[in-house]
Design a protein around this ligand. Structure first.
Ligand SMILES: Cc1cc2nc3c(=O)[nH]c(=O)nc-3n(C[C@H](O)[C@H](O)[C@H](O)COP(=O)(O)OP(=O)(O)OC[C@H]3O[C@@H](n4cnc5c(N)ncnc54)[C@H](O)[C@@H]3O)c2cc1C
Ligand code: SF4
Length: 219
């Protein structure tokens, strides 16, 4: 039985998922206690208040795959009809296959200015996350073939892991005249972006040892 976020339970337009995790967890527990089997839980969840809530918002996120304006217009329609549109849009292409090759992409002028307010860089943000790991634990980030990083990925995508990771975990460094991938796993804030967005699908995020990770204060 899949429940909570594992079952895609977040109400995306509201960015709320805690209530869905509780609802689905309670329903799953009741179902198991009553029937002694996971069979039938899927239909039960879909017919429940949590399942109906998700059905009403199913088209919001996939609508934005076709661009901002299309997504906004689609969102307006979905709000007006409360999700009663007769179609279900699909997330047809996985995120990691949507990156453009360097040869197809030209960076637009963004008008970036120097940032003066803190945090000024990603490592400062990692400091605010108070992330900590026992340095002796097995690596929780596994890159299946690091030769791709310095060769194919450098040529095709300019190592996007160096930019999409919010914690500067991945760095391409020079070592004795050769380039190699350095993984600063102790900085990881466990957002799982690398597992989802790496264009070759070769990064596996695994749960770290218990209690390791960010410890946000004053939230
Ligand atoms: C930045 C952010 C802000 C959010 N704000 C809100 C909000 O304001 N309101 C709201 O309702 N929702 C919010 N959400 C969504 C909400 O946090 C989630 O939907 C909800 O916490 C999901 O609960 P869960 O129990 O399904 O999963 P989780 O809370 O993710 O729990 C899963 C647990 O399983 C552990 N785990 C994973 N794999 C293994 C393994 N192999 N072995 C052992 N343990 C494992 C993980 O470490 C984790 O502790 C927010 C989410 C984010 C990221
Ligand atoms: S899970 Fe997030 S923070 Fe950790 S290495 Fe991957 S992208 Fe970086």
């Amino acid at each position: 039985m899949l429940i909570g976020d594992a079952a895609g339970g977040v109400n995306v337009p509201k960015i709320k998922g805690v209530h869905q995790a509780i609802r689905s967890g309670m329903l799953a527990a009741e179902h198991l206690a009553e029937t002694g089997s996971p069979e039938g839980f899927d239909a039960l969840w879909r017919a429940s208040a949590g399942g109906r809530e998700l059905r009403a918002v199913r088209n919001f996120k996939p609508g934005f795959k076709r661009g901002l304006w299309w997504g906004l217009a689609n969102s307006g329609l979905e709000v007006l009809t409360r999700g009663r549109t007769p179609w279900t849009l699909k997330n047809a292409v996985p995120d990691h296959q949507r990156l453009k090759h360097l040869s197809e992409y030209e960076s637009p002028p963004r008008g970036w200015v120097e940032r003066t307010l803190p945090p000024r860089d990603r490592l400062a943000s990692v400091f605010f996350a108070s992330t900590s790991h026992d340095e002796g634990q097995p690596a929780h980030l596994k890159v299946r073939d690091t030769s791709i990083c310095t060769d194919r990925c450098a040529r095709e995508f300019d190592n996007p892991c160096q930019r999409f990771c919010p914690a500067n975990v991945y760095e391409i460094v020079e070592d004795s005249g050769r380039r190699r991938l350095q993984i600063n796993a102790a900085n990881c804030v466990h957002c799982k972006a690398c597992d989802i967005k790496d264009p070759y699908g070769i990064i596996d995020w695994t749960p770290p040892e218990g209690g390791s990770g960010p410890n946000y204060q004053s939230l």
